[in-house]
Design a protein around this ligand. Structure first.
Ligand code: TPP
Ligand code: MG
Length: 805
């Protein structure tokens, strides 16, 4: 389909376009004023600039005006380019969804956010944006999830499908994750997705390369997208039909981006001078431009399609099918503002004089700057009525919720005495696959090409791989003996992804918001190799920031994967788990601990602040996502029945495996797969120090969070809460020593020394990369039994003043 840029409208449409043009001007005014107000008129407290992006916002005003006031339907979901946040909030304000106080307080504490935020803004943000590229890609994954949900019995509905729309800055296309997403989503036959590229040919630092345009076009087409390029507005199209028009068009097409930008900034006189330079007197172009005043010439030469409501209207109304569509809309950064086209305008702010001129130009009376109808040339009732009937608005709230699904009890897998936590995880899921409950129906697993090696095979053999259309295996395929029976069907409950970890986290973001976007809750469970969390870290952070809910099982982890490869050893991930907001991190040693944690996780990821919770002062009532750091190291499992108190302690972060005697002078504290060496060392140490304690930390993250929260509560005069870790360490002598051990960075557990001022020796991994057996590596990196004993001796001696503390 080629969009027709010839614009002729019926009477009703003409009226609508006239109203949209008024709103376009209003939105430009409000977004520009909002930034000006925040920077120049609000009381400055700390002398910092507030910032905001007037030019970047202006670039998208026409497109967003058309979309929000005419094209969008309630089921559509939009990711708005981060720097167009003021445009978004202005539109929401005119639609009555955003308060004036929020606009006045743009970028202020609890005001409208710098970048659209699902969690911090009060208006109707569908997807947060900020880290460029991620907002572009998430809509594609959301579209896949929309299909997934609607094909399941629990998601069947007659309501229309939504279109997942990204408003993308052109420089965002430099981000690799965009292409990873395009490729992945092509594999899954993406539909109902529009990416609208704000093609202003400027990034933050510079004007972009002229050669870029053709590449973008081809890239999208290669991935099965329809590409619509909207270059010229109707004034230019009209000019092209006149004598000299073809030559003018060729001149513009050949004009380097940097020259075009400079002329946009310089205005009518400069356009004329340059064109007169390039065309001899007597040339038809000379006659053509001679028919325009300087102002008219400037208006015509800057009349790009991305600022022409008529052309945009025509284009978007033609998009009625579900083919993924990339619209490359030519725009001007700063369009309609004094620094339009200036190459350094990204963070440019209009000064007070320019703003005053702009106010007069918009017919805004002083003191009426926030008035929604001020300066509008049409009767107020007409605009009010139009706004009331905007299709996007008709449904009321577009943020859904879904019921909480009851969690079945998760028994500890039986039948094997020696088991790794990774294998235990696989068995727990395989057992769930055999069971029946609504929660299990809602589980959707996903993995970036490490499905088999992270033990999801058993689950998939029973539940199948998701595909929009059933894909039967050929006779030959069926005859090949394999443990993996991957049936591909619409009822499948596993989303198989290619290797790119960014895609995994964007997929989790989309899956984990399904209850709010599509009104049906999913229970996403993903697996990844622990070290590759780093590869997708920004996307993980992005998912958590949006409050998406999921369980991430990362395995193998640490150096305990041993011969499998030094390069894959992860040591910093426990710290990632502790530091990541919205993610509760666990590192169990035994599979019974893991079963306890998983049962709790299935419920925790569904919390929303409304239910009762066990400990008011953690983030427990709100809930979040869960990170399980698992190991491939086989561990001799304990035969024990955990008490309810132990269950609680495992969730809160730790429990004494051997309680210390009151006044004990030493405690060994460990997490995860090192339990074997620690237990051996502990048995030997107890011969000399029978009162010593052995503490299992199942979640340094939650143990620490509980401690921080209790301190905060006490500092702020709240309840005199004592945290679990403070209680746990209470029996120890004041001068006792702690020896902490983890197959990860030692800082993960060293903070425990600060709880009661104990001396601490922390063992862990600070360097990595050597392959070998577990024994070799534990010796090499100092996690073996002997090193633990030595550390205990040294800590003990330290505590009694034999060494310097
Ligand atoms: C991942 C990431 N890197 C860098 C930035 C800083 N940054 C913000 S906007 C921008 C350039 C944006 O250019 P473009 O996408 O073309 O938007 P425009 O302002 O031109 O509309 C950069 C580098 C960011 N927000 N996110
Ligand atoms: Mg740009």
């Amino acid at each position: 389909m080629n969009p027709s840029t010839k614009v002729s409208f019926r009477k009703g449409t003409k009226e609508k376009i006239a109203i949209l043009r008024q709103l376009e001007r209003k939105v430009l005014w409000l977004s520009t004023w909002m930034i000006h107000n925040a920077n120049h008129l609000r009381v400055k407290i700390d002398g910092l600039k507030v910032g905001g992006h007037q030019a970047s916002s202006a670039s998208l005003v026409s497109i967003m005006t058309l979309l929000y006031f005419d094209i969008l339907r309630p089921a559509d979901r939009v990711a708005v380019k981060p720097h167009a946040s003021p445009v978004f909030h202005s539109i929401q304000y005119l639609l009555g969804i955003q308060g004036i106080g929020q606009l006045e307080n743009f970028r202020g504490y609890r005001g409208a956010q710098s970048y659209p935020s699902r969690t911090k803004d009060l208006d109707d943000v569908d997807f947060s944006t900020g880290s460029v590229g991620l907002g572009a890609a998430i809509t594609a994954f959301a579209s896949l999830i929309q299909d997934y949900v609607r094909l399941k019995p629990f998601g069947k509905t007659d309501t229309p499908e939504g279109r997942m729309i990204s408003l993308v800055g052109d420089a965002e296309l430099d981000e690799g994750n965009v292409y990873e997403a395009l490729y992945e989503c092509w594999k899954h036959r993406l539909r109902n997705t529009w990416w609208i590229i704000d093609f202003n040919r400027q990034s933050l630092d510079a004007v972009v390369s002229d050669r870029l345009f053709g590449q973008i076009d081809q890239l999208f087409r290669m991935m099965g997208w329809r590409v619509l390029t909207l270059k010229y507005g109707r004034l230019l199209e009209e000019a092209f039909t006149k004598p000299g028009g073809t030559a003018l068009r060729e001149w513009i097409d050949a004009c380097p981006n940097s020259l075009y930008s400079a002329l946009v900034f310089q205005g009518g006189e400069a356009w004329r001078a340059k064109l007169e330079d390039d065309f001899n007197s007597g040339h038809k172009v000379r006659q053509l431009i001679g028919s325009y005043s300087d102002d008219e010439l400037h208006r015509t030469m800057t009349n790009l399609a991305g600022h022409d409501i008529g052309v945009l209207h025509n284009t978007f109304h033609q998009l009625q099918d579900d083919i993924p569509t990339c619209v490359i809309a030519y725009t001007i950064k700063g369009h309609g503002l004094p620094f339009a086209g200036h190459k350094d305008n990204h963070s440019g702010l209009m000064n007070s004089e320019q703003m005053e001129k702009f106010r007069v130009q918009n017919r805004i009376r002083p003191g009426c700057e926030w008035e929604p109808f001020e300066g509008i040339d049409l009767p107020q009732e007409k605009i009010s009525l139009f706004l009331k009937n905007v299709p996007f608005q008709q449904q009321g709230s577009r943020r859904y919720s879904d019921i909480k699904l009851e969690v079945p009890s998760i028994p500890v897998p039986k039948g094997k005495e020696i088991l790794s936590t990774q294998e235990g995880f696989g068995r727990i899921l395989a057992n769930l696959a055999r069971s029946k409950s609504e929660l299990v129906e809602r589980i959707v697993t996903t993995s970036p090409d490490v499905t088999v090696s992270t033990n999801l095979g058993g689950w998939i053999n029973r539940r199948g791989v998701f595909s929009r259309n059933p894909i039967p295996s050929s006779k030959q395929e069926s005859e090949v003996q394999s443990f993996q029976k991957w049936e591909q069907k619409p009822s499948g409950q596993h989303f198989e992804l290619g290797i790119a970890e960014n895609n995994l986290f964007l997929m989790l973001a989309a899956m984990g918001l399904s209850h709010e976007l599509f009104s049906k809750r999913l229970i996403p469970v993903a697996t990844i190799y622990d070290p590759f969390i780093y590869r997708g870290l920004d996307a993980l952070n992005y998912a958590c920031y949006q409050d998406a809910r999921f369980i991430l099982a990362a395995t193998p982890s640490g150096i305990s994967l041993a011969p499998e490869g030094g390069a894959h050893q992860s040591m910093g991930t426990p710290l990632v788990g502790m530091a990541q907001d919205g993610l509760a991190a666990f590192e169990p040693s035994y599979v019974d601990e893991l079963a306890t944690i998983m049962e709790w996780s299935f419920e925790y990821i569904q919390r929303d602040g409304s239910g009762k919770n066990t400990s008011e002062w953690l983030r427990d009532s709100h809930g979040g996502s869960v990170y399980l750091r698992l190991s491939t190291r086989p561990i001799h499992q304990l035969t024990r029945n955990l008490s309810p108190e132990q269950h609680t302690a495992i969730i809160e972060g730790g429990y004494w495996v051997f309680e210390p005697e009151t006044g004990a002078e030493l405690a060994l504290i460990y997490s995860g797969a090192v339990v074997q060496e620690v237990t051996e060392a502990f048995e030997l140490i107890r011969e000399d120090l029978p009162g010593a304690g052995l503490l299992a930390v199942t979640s340094s993250d939650r143990l620490n969070a509980g401690w921080q929260a209790a301190k905060r509560s006490r500092h702020h005069g709240g309840p005199r809460t004592v945290s679990l870790v403070e209680k746990l360490l209470e029996p120890l002598a004041e001068n006792a020593s702690l020896v902490t051990i983890i197959d990860g960075h030692p800082a993960t557990l060293s903070w425990l020394g600060g709880v009661r001022g104990h001396c601490v020796e922390s063992l862990g991994v600070e360097h990595f990369g050597q392959s070998g057996s577990i024994d070799d590596l534990y010796r090499h990196y100092g996690l073996d039994t002997q090193t633990i004993i030595n550390a205990c001796a040294s800590a003990y001696l330290n505590a009694f003043g034999y060494h310097d503390r």
